[in-house]
Design a binder for this molecule. Sequence first.
Ligand SMILES: Cc1cc2nc3c(=O)[nH]c(=O)nc-3n(C[C@H](O)[C@H](O)[C@H](O)COP(=O)(O)OP(=O)(O)OC[C@H]3O[C@@H](n4cnc5c(N)ncnc54)[C@H](O)[C@@H]3O)c2cc1C
Length: 430
Amino acid sequence: MKYDAIIVGARAAGSPTAMLLAHKGYRVLLVDKAHFPSDTVSTHYIHQPGVARLVSWGLLGKVADSNCPPISKATLDIDSTVIKGSSTTEEFGEDAYSPRRRVLDKILADGALEAGAELREGFSVDQILMDGERVIGIRGFTRNGSVVKEFAPVVIGADGVRSLVARTVRARTYDAKRSFSCSYYSYWSGIAMEGAEVYVRPRRIVAAWPTNDDLVIVFVELPRDDCEEFRVDIEGNFLKAIQQVPGLAARVSLARREERFYAAADLPNFFRRPFEPGWALVGDAGYHRDPVTAQGITDAFRDAELLSAAINNGYSGTQPLEFALADYERQRNQAVKGMYWLTCRLAAHRIPGGRLLLWALKGDQAETNRFIGTVVGTSSISEFFSPINLLRIIGKRCLRGKSSSRPAHDPSTKPKFTTPVQSRNCLHRT
Ligand SMILES: Cc1cc2nc3c(=O)[nH]c(=O)nc-3n(C[C@H](O)[C@H](O)[C@H](O)COP(=O)(O)OP(=O)(O)OC[C@H]3O[C@@H](n4cnc5c(N)ncnc54)[C@H](O)[C@@H]3O)c2cc1C
């Protein structure tokens, strides 16, 4: 066969997988119906673990050179209880970045090309070819309509949440949860920002952060039940949502919107079994979660490394391929277990620890940074949100002084918090 692997989809998951396999000397065909550079509906915040992978692949320089500023500070404001922290970590060292997808995906596709993969843009796969139960190749057509078949021992679906590869092989879905939300975003010039800002308000999550070319992306996520009504007047409802954050609304009112609104609805949460003989899945095709924690690109990068290492182990005879791919699935699931839980809770506006935790974090920068690290992916979620740790943090705050004001209690405006620690005894001492 001409190729060792065919990869369908050449964005956050497909291009790095192709690049890493090509670096190992494999013959890789990478196809995408899109041409690059091109956008896709997705915001593009890359947390430090994802940035660290760009560094190790030698691609961060190109991102930084694209007039994309580093992001080192984060502000989280839950119903006006505010904590500020640094999202830069000792372990990963790097700042976060948020390159536009048309910038990032081009850099990734070029990386695959430079590593020796063959890239076919404007190539739309319409059929996954099977021999009995086994996938053996793809059929697709080029922009000028010619139909082409290609064959390889493994076809990798990096073709996104609605993956044709996954549908064709009926990949088993597990631990699925319904779609909790929909989201809207656009880009403004002339907004001053100091890092990333995230605001949780009743039935709305609002976020803003800098991206390429001195633009700021402003993002609103809302519960699924509100989406239909929101859609009736997107601009009006978007502005209404950010008016719940007067400081940001004031800056937006003085700024200029440079692009249309982008919308994303039906954002399911699921795992798919990512392999069987002849095929594998990577990125959103294999694991999808709500965008609220901005993990998809970072996840895709990690899984590109895990999958390419598994295929290399199988092809080189280090391990039977099937065992290597089973390890890939295990490692992926282990890596995202806590984040999947956290993401689904945040998407459902169920903030672990809620305002009580935020109150306890105030004035404790080390714990605040650890808390921010749970979303960044640099602190252990299960450890941080364990009842014993939450009790410890709240206890520390109680001991820090009676003078501290306790969190305001206003049930009418409060989002639905989950408070793992029920005892508020220490609060009565204030
Ligand atoms: C509103 C929203 C906001 C988000 N914000 C963030 C964020 O801030 N940070 C973050 O990390 N993640 C974010 N994500 C998630 C992120 O977009 C995805 O996790 C990421 O794009 C997954 O990359 P992928 O390569 O797996 O799939 P995709 O980016 O979906 O790429 C799939 C590619 O496959 C190609 N393809 C599909 N079918 C075929 C076919 N039949 N033939 C040929 N080509 C095909 C497509 O053209 C496409 O280029 C967000 C998602 C949404 C919806």
